[in-house]
Design a protein around this ligand. Structure first.
Ligand code: FPP
Length: 251
């Protein structure tokens, strides 16, 4: 059971297993995605109740464009409905809606709704909900490298001034802390091109459940497991003065 100390500030989730969940029930794969949206709702509620500040969900990768056309168009329709129906409720609950990834890869109406919803909710403080859409971590890293190269070429940045902090500021996640906890469902032990730079020191938690079966209790259990972990960030075991899950300051 999670308690309120040592909470992860940022939880990221790879929501996996929608297709298998549906296939095991002789349902079309898309039914797994539909149920998956209900789980998103439940997990957002759990995160806000616990006091998690950032929740980042891997909803659609750049690689997912290669799925069958019908599945992709179903996911886009689901997303479009989500942007109409759910974001209003998020706003009422002081949740900021955010997207990382290549928004302009998405159908024009969906991209437009995303931008409007991000603008509308930008001052909300309770939780930042980020959906990764048409997202690829390697793409994000290459784009960051290109931006830094351009700045060096323009003479506004010296090569010697490129630090981890400077690099991080060129990523889609520039204005958020790195995830403290990364959850993946469906028992797969893979990162699937998700936040590769940002999860360098994240604690990993794999749930055997398919995403459509994941629930509030599972989320709370993952957070509880995180709270028991001792984070060292490459250093030694913490002293009595330093709580086990605190980031080292200035590091
Ligand atoms: C992985 O399951 C899940 C996805 C690729 C998409 C996640 C999407 C949702 C939860 C719903 C859509 C979200 C929004 C916000 C509208 P999979 O299909 O790879 O499952 P499998 O590994 O069992 O095939």
């Amino acid at each position: 059971m999670a308690h309120l100390s040592n909470l992860p500030e940022h939880v990221a989730i790879i929501m996996d297993g929608n297709g298998r969940w549906a296939q095991e029930r002789n349902l079309p794969r898309v039914e797994g995605h539909r149920k998956g949206v209900e789980v998103i709702r439940e997990v957002i509620r759990a995160a806000t109740e616990l006091g998690v500040k950032y929740l980042t969900l891997y909803a659609f990768s750049k690689e997912n464009w290669s799925r069958p056309k019908l599945e992709v168009s179903f996911l886009m329709t689901l997303l479009s409905h989500y942007l109409d129906s759910e974001v209003k409720e998020l706003h009422e609950n002081q949740i900021r809606f955010n997207v990382i990834g290549c928004i302009d890869d998405l159908p024009g109406d969906v991209a437009g709704k995303i931008k409007r919803n991000m603008e509308k909710t930008k001052n909300n403080q309770k939780l930042v909900l980020t959906l990764a859409l048409s997202y690829s971590s390697r793409f994000e890293i290459i784009e960051a490298v290109k931006k830094l190269c351009r700045r060096v070429r323009a003479g506004t940045l010296s090569e010697n001034d490129i630090t981890e902090t400077v690099f991080s500021k060129e990523l889609f996640t520039a204005d958020m802390p790195d995830p403290d906890l990364l959850i993946r469902t469906s028992g797969e032990y893979r990162l699937s091109n998700f936040l590769l730079w940002q999860i360098s020191y994240s604690e990993l938690y794999v749930s055997e459940k398919y995403w459509p079966d994941f629930n509030k209790a599972d989320f709370v259990q993952a957070v509880g497991e995180y709270q028991k972990r001792e984070r060292r960030f490459g250093g030694t075991a913490p002293t009595a003065q330093c709580r086990s899950n605190e980031r080292p300051t200035g590091a």
